[in-house]
Design a protein around this ligand. Structure first.
Ligand code: HEM
Length: 143
């Protein structure tokens, strides 16, 4: 990711990175098959779990992971570190039966959330697409 694109991803992420539960809610709402992979949320009504502590905890884990990768992005010297944590994420999720298609669904839901909640434009979309292409490529190698 170029420094310019990383800067666009960072500035737009800052606009939503405190909406942890709201982001996870949007993902589950669009893709119930993702919710169904979580032992603690499977088979439950999304509206009844969205305000629970367990939901907030998991939402924070996902958003914190993204924040960590985004903080590292745009610096060539951080590529090894990004590769390590994203490979591990892919391998861990693969072990839980999460599929590449579901990571693709997550990506679609995240992009829709961003488009609706941050200052959007062609450059911002291109920066996020580039960032997510790179991230998915790394994760998929271990899935
Ligand atoms: C943990 C499912 C995508 C970040 C988990 C857990 C499940 C899960 C079942 C274990 C939860 C627990 O037992 O407490 C899924 C599914 C996904 C998905 C079905 C489908 C797209 C993602 C993505 C990210 C992510 C895209 C990051 C951006 C995490 C983190 C943890 C976790 C940080 C906690 C650490 C760990 O246990 O590995 N996920 N996940 N997940 N997930 Fe996901």
């Amino acid at each position: 990711l170029s420094a310019d694109q990383a800067a666009l991803v960072k500035s737009s992420w800052k606009q939503v990175s405190h909406n942890e539960a709201d982001i996870l809610y949007a993902v589950f709402k669009a893709y119930p098959d993702i919710q169904a992979k979580f032992p603690q949320f499977a088979g439950k009504d999304l509206e009844s779990v969205k305000d629970t502590a367990a939901f907030a905890t998991h939402a924070t884990r996902i958003v914190s992971f993204l924040s960590e990768v985004i903080a590292l992005s745009g610096e060539a010297s951080n590529l090894g570190a990004i590769n390590n944590i994203v490979s591990k994420l892919g391998a861990d999720h693969n072990g839980r039966g999460v599929t590449k298609a579901q990571f693709g669904e997550f990506r679609t839901a995240l992009m829709a959330y961003l488009q609706a909640h941050v200052s959007w434009g062609e450059n911002v979309a291109a920066a996020w697409n580039h960032a997510l292409d790179n991230t998915m490529e790394i994760a998929f190698k271990s899935m």
